[in-house]
Design a protein around this ligand. Structure first.
Ligand SMILES: Nc1ncnc2c1ncn2[C@@H]1O[C@H](COP(=O)(O)OP(=O)(O)OP(=O)(O)O)[C@@H](O)[C@H]1O
Ligand SMILES: CC(C)(CO)[C@@H](O)C(=O)NCCC(=O)O
Ligand SMILES: [K+]
Length: 257
């Protein structure tokens, strides 16, 4: 079975893929100090608790945090007896090469999103991912990642307000019923929620105009459905897009080995 690992700056998702469906997906806070032994204890106990019996024989990793890759490699080697495929490394081929400025190190999660979205929907797409950062990944008609935009993540923006302004509390993102807040928390929630609605709408419109053609918009990441309730932003919302992309890239590398 394939273990797909999507390591973001905030959270890391482990997903077990049996070739047809995901047997389970589990999430742990990203911490580069976590050792292979710690990952294994956590993973094997959560699998036992959820009554999933699986023998992992292959591993694929996408990591936006370079220093966690070492211990994830040790995990694959020591406990699953395999060499992992690491997205962004030369030995891991992509179905379609990205077209960006030479020397650019595109975030592996963005390349994986592009591959996953193209596999499901074909070309001419914008993937909007609400993670630590809010990213826009533009997928050309042949499936190539051709760039996009990086904006601060929703939770990061809320945290920045709280950190920088003495009178602003920590608040969670939510959808306020009104735009005009009548207390501090409601004002902050309005600014973030309706502000991001405008940001996503505006960037997608400009991307479409710049390319001069219609493009479908796929939302992903934990907050996509919340923002999808505020306005018609997305043609589709797919929470599993990144891990799906990992299975696509893994299959491609196997087929073309
Ligand atoms: N309905 C919701 N309301 C508030 N927060 C939510 C909701 N659904 C998911 N979240 C949170 O949204 C955040 C985004 O999750 P996601 O997995 O997309 O990215 P992340 O783990 O924060 O970032 P990264 O992948 O960059 O590490 C998470 O912190 C998650 O707990
Ligand atoms: C933008 C993030 C942090 C989003 O996870 C990640 O994709 C990343 O670190 N990217 C590197 C720069 C780039 O994608 O162009
Ligand atoms: K993510």
């Amino acid at each position: 079975m394939l273990l797909a690992i999507d390591c973001g700056n905030t959270n890391t998702v482990f997903a077990l893929w049996d070739g047809r469906r995901f047997q389970g997906t589990w999430r742990i806070a990203t911490d580069w100090r976590r050792t292979a032994d710690e990952y294994f204890v956590w993973l094997s106990s959560i699998m036992k608790l959820t009554q999933i019996e699986a023998s992992v024989s292959e591993v694929i990793i996408s990591s936006t945090v370079p220093r966690v890759v070492f211990n994830l490699r040790v995990l694959a080697d020591r406990y699953f007896n395999c060499r992992p495929l690491v997205v962004g490394k030369p030995e891991c081929r992509l179905p379609v090469a990205p077209r960006v400025d030479e020397g650019t190190q595109v975030g592996p999660d963005r390349l994986v999103n592009a591959a996953g979205a193209f596999d499901r929907h074909g070309g001419d797409l914008i993937v909007v991912d609400f993670g630590t950062a809010t990213t826009f990944d533009v997928v050309d008609d042949d499936g190539a990642y051709v760039g996009g935009a990086i904006a601060p993540g929703v939770n990061l923006s809320l945290e920045a307000l709280h950190m920088a302004a003495a009178a602003l509390p920590h608040v969670d993102v939510s959808r306020p019923s009104q735009v005009i807040g009548t207390n501090t928390v409601a004002c902050m929630q309005s600014g973030i929620f309706w502000g991001y609605i405008g940001l996503v709408r505006g960037i997608c419109e400009r991307i479409r105009a710049e390319r001069g053609r219609s493009m479908r918009i796929i939302g992903t990441g934990g907050l996509a459905s919340l923002f999808g309730q505020g306005d018609v932003l997305f043609d589709r919302i797919e929470d599993d897009l990144t891990i799906h992309g990992l299975t696509v890239i893994h299959a491609f590398n196997k087929e073309t080995a």
